[in-house]
Write a protein that binds this ligand. Structure first.
Ligand code: CDP
Length: 213
C-alpha cells in the first residue's frame, strides 16, 4: 500500500504569498510542491482558447480531460485566466474532477506542500501542518500588480485591487469548497512581513510538528 507523505496545507486568498512561501518551504525540506490553483487556471485557459461562450458542461469536460502538460502553459497567470479560474472553480463537478489528482500527489514521497483554497478543509483534511496566509487587500493587490508589471503588462493598481476583491468574494461565498480558515490552521499575516520572515514562521511550524510538539 502506498504511504501518505507528511503534508503541509497552505490556504489563503490571492496574493497572500502562498505560492512563494509554499515553494520555498518545499525547497527547504526537499519536498514536492503543488500549486493547485494551476489546475483551475489550466481549465480556464483551455476554455478561453476555444474562443466562444462557455457552459458548465464544457468546463467539467475540460477538467475531466486535463493533462499534466497543460499546467505548463505560459498564459496561466493572466488577469483574464485568474477571473475565469475562480468562476470554473465554483462548479462542484469541476472540483470533483480535479480532486484525485491533488490527493494522489501526497503519496509515496517524504513530504508534500500544497497551496490553494481548500487544501486543509477538503483535499487533505488530516494534513500534518495547516497554514492560512493572509494580507490586507491593498498589499496583495500591490504584489500582484508588481508581478504583472514585471511581465510587461500595463494595468492600473486600482483595477487589480477591484478584480482581487471580486475574486475573494467569489472564492469565499461559493457553496462548493469555499476559501475558509479551518480551526486547526495557523494564521500568518504577511502584510508587513518580508518573504524571509514569513518563511521563517512557516519553517518553525513545520519543524515543531516534525519534532512532535
Ligand atoms: O495565485 P492566486 O492566489 O491569485 O490564485 P490561484 O491560487 O492560482 O487560484 C486561482 C483561482 O483558482 C482562485 O481564485 C480560486 O477560485 C481557484 N482555486 C480553488 O478554488 N481552489 C484551490 N485549491 C486553488 C485555486
Amino acid at each position: 500500500m502506498l504511504r501518505r507523505s507528511f503534508v503541509v496545507a497552505i490556504d489563503g486568498p490571492a496574493g497572500s504569498g502562498k505560492g512563494t512561501i509554499g515553494k520555498a518551504l518545499a525547497k527547504h525540506f526537499g519536498w514536492k510542491f503543488l500549486d493547485t490553483g494551476l489546475l483551475y487556471r489550466a481549465v480556464a485557459q483551455k476554455i478561453i482558447s476555444f474562443q466562444g461562450s462557455w457552459c458548465e458542461d464544457e468546463a467539467i469536460r475540460v477538467a475531466m480531460n486535463l493533462s499534466e502538460s497543460e499546467l505548463d502553459h505560459p498564459d496561466l497567470r493572466t488577469p483574464e485566466v485568474s477571473k475565469l479560474a475562480s468562476k470554473v472553480a465554483a462548479i462542484q463537478e469541476v472540483r470533483e474532477a480535479l480532486l484525485d489528482w491533488q490527493r494522489d500527489f501526497v503519496f509515496d514521497c517524504d513530504g508534500a506542500v500544497l497551496d490553494g483554497r481548500d487544501i486543509a478543509s477538503v483535499v487533505v483534511p488530516d494534513a500534518e501542518v495547516k497554514l492560512f496566509l493572509t494580507a490586507s487587500p491593498e498589499k496583495r493587490a500591490e504584489r500582484r500588480h508588481r508581478e504583472l508589471v514585471a511581465q510587461g503588462k500595463t494595468v492600473e493598481l486600482n483595477h487589480v485591487l477591484d478584480e482581487l476583491i471580486l475574486r475573494d468574494q467569489r472564492d469565499i461565498t461559493r457553496l462548493s469548497s469555499p476559501l475558509v480558515k479551518t480551526k486547526d490552521a495557523i494564521k500568518i499575516d504577511t502584510t508587513t512581513k518580508s518573504i524571509q520572515e514569513s518563511l521563517a514562521v512557516a519553517i518553525n511550524m513545520v519543524e515543531k510538528r516534525l519534532k512532535g510538539s
